[in-house]
Design a binder for this molecule. Structure first.
Ligand code: FAD
Length: 392
């Protein structure tokens, strides 16, 4: 019988970060990933917030492009370019980034099995005791036992569903995204986009959502995401409308488009419960994505880290895993809730264009906004900034 202290389902940023921590903590850790290698099928802008590289000791070899600004473009032609302040942001190629994180977990002592799909959770006496997994190369189905099961299997998590968390995804809390890379010489990328995450808000092209242009080494990653209940076309048509925006059009003129990809992202309220019966949810499986900018990599890694630490401390009992839930609620939920408020207020052209004007009013306003995004200011300070939108 195969028996581990911890079984992690999914080798994304949440799973691999968690596995590194539990392996360093001396726990036998098995990571199961259905893709041939971590990151193989990721659809993602690959934008890393300022500070993430340092916080998680990420090697600069995985960086595609250094980023120092975020530029918000409105529907009226105006824009606000904001300095990321203290530390560097970056873009990464998720194929390389996720693989690097998983390799680090393996170096720390975790065991990684790729091409392995978890099919169900084994429950005994109301507790999770292991998983049923399928080796996708041979078709062999087998059981692996573990004292704690970590759900790091992304949006629509099988682990969450099997554990009965009842985290319903529907068209009112889920956005559909469509993304395509455009190949360009790096000199053109530097000239056209430079060191900025570009975010475009124009509800006539992308309702209740946004478009983005992120610079990488040799590609511009261009995408749109729109709340499913507000889409009036299919997502590909919203993407094509976005490409008609003159500011975007001129950036990709003459560039070679690669295969388009589509994926969903959670855009709703933070979940109530993320720990249950020796199962602990992390990252997107726990709904940890900012519903204003769609940022999830930082939340995935930080929640993976907190989950790993809690498991090492907990001695595998459900009640001693529970403080993880409180830590996530205290650390993230005020910001996720404000991101939701922001989305509701600002994803309307008139308000969004006002928001850009407010950002352009003063350096203090820009600083307090970016501090909020980087989670260093309190929501109260940020709330005052939002109020100013209605005062001009
Ligand atoms: C279009 C798009 C653009 C985005 N852009 C950004 C961005 O620029 N910056 C940012 O911070 N965030 C971005 N995000 C969000 C970000 O991609 C996610 O929040 C992040 O990947 C979550 O990490 P995770 O480890 O929780 O899950 P994931 O990265 O989704 O990893 C889950 C892993 O589990 C594996 N898996 C799933 N089910 C099983 C199973 N049954 N058995 C075995 N393995 C399984 C999957 O193959 C996958 O490798 C974007 C999302 C989308 C859709």
């Amino acid at each position: 019988m195969e028996k581990y202290d911890v079984i992690v389902v999914g080798a994304g940023p949440a799973g691999s970060t968690c596995a590194s921590v539990t392996a360093i903590g001396g726990l036998s850790t098995l990571v199961l990933e259905r893709d041939s290698y971590p990151g193989e099928n990721k659809v993602c802008g690959g934008g890393l917030r300022a500070g993430l590289l340092d916080a998680f000791f990420v090697d600069k070899c995985v960086i595609e492009h250094e980023v120092r600004h975020i530029t918000f473009f409105g529907s009226d032609g105006d824009y606000a370019k904001i300095d990321l302040l203290t530390s560097l942001g970056a873009t990464v190629d998720r194929k390389k980034f996720d693989n690097w994180l998983a390799e680090r977990a393996v170096k720390e002592g975790a065991e990684l099995r790729t091409k392995t799909q978890v099919e169900s959770i084994i429950m005994e006496g109301g507790k999770a005791r292991g998983v049923v997994a399928k080796d996708l190369s041979t078709g062999k189905v087998y059981k692996a036992f573990g004292d704690v099961i970590v759900g790091a299997d992304g949006i629509g998590s099988l682990v969450s569903g099997q554990a009965g968390f009842n985290h319903t995804l529907n068209e009112k809390n889920t956005a559909l995204c469509f993304e395509r890379d455009f190949v360009l010489p790096s000199s053109d990328i530097n000239l056209l986009v430079g060191d900025s995450f570009e975010m475009y808000f124009d509800a006539s092209r992308v309702p209740e959502g946004f478009g983005w242009v992120f610079p990488k080494k040799n590609v511009l990653t261009v995408g749109v995401g729109s709340l499913m209940s507000k889409m009036n076309l299919n997502i590909k048509d919203h993407f094509n409308l976005f490409l008609q925006d003159e500011r975007v059009k001129k950036k990709i003129a003459g560039a070679k488009p690669l295969e388009p990809k589509s994926h969903t992202i959670y855009f709703g309220k933070p979940f109530d419960r993320i720990v249950k019966n020796n199962i602990i949810l992390t990252g997107s499986a726990a709904g940890l994505v900012g519903p204003f900018l769609g940022e999830g990599i930082y939340y995935a890694m930080r929640s993976g880290e907190l989950a790993g630490k809690q498991i090492v401390e907990a001695n595998f009992s459900d009640t001693t895993l529970r403080p993880y839930e409180e830590k996530i609620k205290n650390e993230f939920y005020p910001f996720l809730n404000y991101a939701l408020t922001l989305r509701k207020l600002l994803f309307k052209n008139e308000n969004y264009n006002k928001f850009i004007k407010v950002l352009n009013m003063s350096g203090t306003v820009r600083k307090s906004f970016i501090s909020h995004i980087l989670k260093t200011s309190t929501p109260n300070l940020f709330e005052r900034l939002i109020l100013r939108i209605w005062l001009i």
